[in-house]
Design a protein around this ligand. Structure first.
Ligand code: ADP
Ligand code: MG
Length: 137
């Protein structure tokens, strides 16, 4: 059993796709064990994406991720991290298959509709970034 963090990013949230994305997650057999919507400040986004601070797209990414509300979810299941990443599709939405979340709801390599943790250690950090222990029982 594994947990991972899923986000519906501001592009997909503003377009009203958060319900469709949550439904796809449930249809895949992953359980949504915690869920909340919120609007991150730019400083909060910089903390969440600190591993990308040196990347050339960091500034634009932080502007995008703080432009509007997001949906944060903790997903649970066997191999939840890789299963949610497979359902999302590749980072570049223009290259994502049409049956993936990024292929369906994303626009380009930045505005790609969803986020998913990439490993157990990042999942632990990212789940803890959004949810307290008493929200995860
Ligand atoms: P992923 O979200 O697939 O794990 P990364 O961790 O590499 O991808 O990047 C984090 C986020 O930064 C991406 O989801 C996307 O929104 C943005 N991003 C990644 N690469 C680029 C790029 N080359 N240009 C602009 N934005 C990017
Ligand atoms: Mg990543």
């Amino acid at each position: 059993m594994q947990r991972t963090l899923a986000l519906v990013k501001p592009d997909a949230y503003a377009a009203g796709h958060q319900g469709a994305i949550a439904a796809k997650i449930q249809e895949s057999g992953l359980r949504i064990v915690a869920i909340k919507s919120l609007h991150l400040t730019r400083a909060q986004v910089e903390g969440f994406y600190h591993v990308h601070a040196a990347r050339p797209f960091f500034g634009d990414l932080c502007t995008f991720m703080s432009e509007g509300k997001i949906l944060a979810m903790v997903l649970e299941g066997d191999d939840a991290i890789s299963r949610w990443r497979a359902l999302m599709g590749p980072t570049d939405a223009t290259k994502a298959p049409k049956d993936t979340m990024r292929g369906m709801f994303g626009t380009n390599v930045e505005r790609n509709a969803t986020h998913g943790s990439d490993a157990p250690d990042t999942a632990a950090f990212e789940v803890g970034f959004f949810f307290a222990g008493n929200e995860l029982v």
